[in-house]
Design a binder for this molecule. Structure first.
Ligand code: ZN
Length: 347
């Protein structure tokens, strides 16, 4: 990490984060606190009501972090932009890989349909399977940031810890693929008020989804497909998983059972699956000597244009405890399996 700890740099970073556009909920909360303070000054006997109002406000902020599609904690891409939708594009996103047993089959299915997808990969897994990560990019897809470790405590991290986690992932993806991620998806979509300013500083855009299939929990492919295609239309962002995938009754990962039918549906409705970068005209930033030092720093991540429970199960690829330790993954991670037979993870 090339980030300096000199006071001027610390101040500079703090100021850069301070310039992020304040969400409406934050403005309302500020007014709420001022109102509570004014109430106590004007009528000290009402302090219990004022305190209750502040506690309610914080409860609302906390609850909002449990709502992956919310925009109350900052910008959140839930659909593709209108011009992309007008071109008949949909955003297919595939999370929690790369997975040696599942991702290659997903790539083959996408190739056969001429579809492109955005893979929100876990950096620790990308580090262990760099060739597979590069293969995703080589086939025309996009690899984006889904955190370093995909910890189930991600949404409880403070600002500095969030930045370390996300910056570490940025560096790994840039080293592995040669491209700097532009999009971030929170593990399970859960977050807290510190995430938006950190992403703003790193030049990353938060992405959730229009609909998700819950394919880490649901084993019936028909049900997952029905969820994804309910009111399907251009501009939708859909979520499936190549990592932590649940097992279909056939014994295969659900994503491999759902994807062919989903891609057929796209074709019938003349929808074109594209990467988020393509939909938003984002320019791929190559890893260069300039970007290698401060990957993701605001200054080198200028956006070219325009505007998701105690998940984890991160260790499904981990063969043993020592591998888990090396990858910073849970030591009790299960042995490698092509799909998960339990319901221990949430999408
Ligand atoms: Zn995930």
């Amino acid at each position: 990490m090339a980030a300096s700890s000199s006071p001027s740099d610390v101040l500079g970073r703090a100021l850069a984060e301070a310039r992020w556009p304040l969400p409406r909920l934050f403005k309302m909360s500020g007014a709420w606190h001022l109102g509570a303070g004014a109430t106590v000054i004007a009528a000290p006997a009402q302090w219990e009501w004022a305190l209750g109002a502040v506690v309610l406000n914080h409860a609302l902020i906390g609850a909002t972090g449990l709502w992956p599609r919310s925009t109350w904690l900052g910008a959140n891409l839930r659909r593709l932009p209108e011009d992309s939708a007008a071109r008949g594009e949909v955003g297919l996103t595939i999370d929690d890989g790369p997975d040696l047993a599942v991702t290659p089959a997903v790539l083959d299915l996408l190739d056969a349909a001429g579809a492109r997808a955005t893979f929100f990969c876990i950096a620790a897994r990308a580090e262990r399977h760099p060739d597979l990560c590069r293969e995703i990019v080589r086939r025309g897809h996009s690899v984006q940031n889904h955190s370093h470790r995909h910890s189930h405590t991600f949404s409880l991290l403070g600002r500095a810890a969030l930045r370390r986690e996300i910056e570490a992932a940025q560096r790994i993806f840039a080293d592995v693929t040669g491209e700097v991620p532009r999009f971030f998806r929170a593990p399970a979509g859960l977050r807290n008020p510190f995430l938006a300013p950190v992403l703003h500083h790193l030049g990353l855009r938060l992405v959730s989804w229009t609909r998700r299939g819950f394919d880490t929990q649901r084993s019936a492919p028909a049900g997952v497909l029905a969820r994804l295609t309910h009111n399907l239309r251009a501009g939708d962002i859909l979520l499936l998983h190549d990592g932590n995938a649940a097992c279909a009754p056939s014994g295969r990962p659900v994503v491999l059972e759902v994807l062919p039918a989903l891609l057929e549906r796209f074709e019938r409705e003349t929808l074109r699956a594209v990467t988020l970068s393509e939909a938003l005209h984002s320019t791929v930033l190559p890893r260069t000597s300039e970007t290698s030092g401060v990957i993701g720093a605001h200054e080198v991540m200028v956006a070219p244009e325009g505007v998701d429970a105690s998940e984890v199960g991160d260790g499904s690829e981990v063969a043993n405890a020592s591998d888990a330790s090396a990858a910073n993954l849970p030591a009790d991670a299960p042995p490698h399996a092509p799909c998960s037979t339990g319901n221990r993870v949430r999408a």
